[in-house]
Design a protein around this ligand. Structure first.
Ligand SMILES: [Zn+2]
Length: 321
């Protein structure tokens, strides 16, 4: 996929439709059309205007990757596919993002956050929400482990697939969600689902929800790949849910996720979710994700690489042989 994406990007044509004069007193607007999508920009400060070409390039790559992943374009509140979005951009002290139907708000910063996130992975996370959060949607906050954790997982996986993050760094970055989940304060006290039930519990248990969910996504993807001999993956579940759970018809909850896993891949994941997502038990991560050994093999013991091929694939690493 990366080479195809790069190729597609090389031949893209950018149409500059309208740009207003840069004036400190007014909001600057600009519309950019890249092959299959139209982006209407609102720059909330002057310095953000310079970021536009980089943002456009990344949004285009993300749109191409996610359209392929979900098997279609994102959908509006009436269920109609769209390829026109608005992006509001501003510089801030901290990274931040928000997604609403057809709208992304990006706050970029020069500093990385939490040791692994930058504005590009933040943007990949928000673009992902145009599908998961806005096209398919949770019934209530208890499914934020899936909504937010899987968005983080796919943001970083996509970053690897489009060449923003190297294979070796992908393995190192995967240690962050494992570490933050394992050290999260609510672990063993409150379940991942209950932690997301309202804004206060979500704020108090950020790492349990985002990083716990990210860990669940990695384990689930790797389990599906190994149980189906590489024939199925988490991608099949996302495409299944996009097809069968349009938000204007039905909102999903954990039973729908379980059903989708079973239908799309044949894997039964109910015991795992019962214990570690609905229940308060701690995921025995070293039973599943042999991350350090996979990294060691990737770098120093390459004859062993094939042993970890499903983990490498889970992280978006293609060249593991
Ligand atoms: Zn999010």
């Amino acid at each position: 996929m990366p080479s195809k994406l790069n190729q597609a990007f090389l031949i893209l044509i950018v149409f500059l439709v309208f740009i207003s004069p840069a004036n400190a007193d007014e909001v600057n607007e600009k519309t950019v059309e890249v092959e299959n999508i139209k982006i209407k920009y609102h720059f909330l400060d002057q310095i953000s205007i310079k970021k536009e070409p980089e943002i456009t390039e990344l949004v285009f790559k993300a749109f191409t990757a996610y359209t392929q992943l979900f098997g279609g374009l994102p959908r509006d509140l009436s269920g109609n596919e769209y390829s026109e979005i608005s992006i509001k951009v501003k510089q801030g002290k901290y990274l931040g993002g928000e997604a609403d139907p057809q709208l992304i708000i990006l706050t970029w910063a020069n500093e990385d956050m939490f040791g692994y996130a930058d504005w590009k992975t933040t943007l990949l996370h928000e673009v992902y929400h145009l599908w998961s959060a806005e096209s398919i949607r949770y019934k209530d906050g208890r499914e934020h482990w899936f909504n937010e954790g899987f968005a983080e997982y796919y943001a970083f996986k996509t970053a690897v697939q489009i060449g923003l993050i190297s294979a070796e760094n992908a393995l190192s970055i995967a240690a962050f969600p494992i570490g933050y989940y394992s050290a999260s304060q609510g672990l063993g006290q409150i379940s991942m689902r209950d932690a997301g039930k309202n804004n206060k519990t979500k704020f108090d248990n950020y790492f349990l929800i985002y990083h716990g969910g990210w860990v669940v996504a990695m384990i689930l993807d790797q389990e599906i790949r190994s149980k189906t001999d590489g024939k199925k993956s988490l991608d099949d579940i996302m495409a299944y849910m996009h097809k069968f759970y349009p938000r204007d018809k039905k909102l999903y909850e954990i039973d729908d996720i379980l059903k989708s896993i079973k239908k799309a891949t044949g894997v039964n994941f109910s015991e795992f979710l019962d214990k570690y997502v609905t229940g308060v038990q701690t995921i025995p991560i070293s039973n599943y994700l042999h991350l350090s050994d996979a990294l060691w093999s990737y770098k120093f013991n390459t004859r062993n690489k094939s042993k970890y091929k499903y983990l490498y694939q889970t992280l978006g690493i293609k060249k593991f042989e």
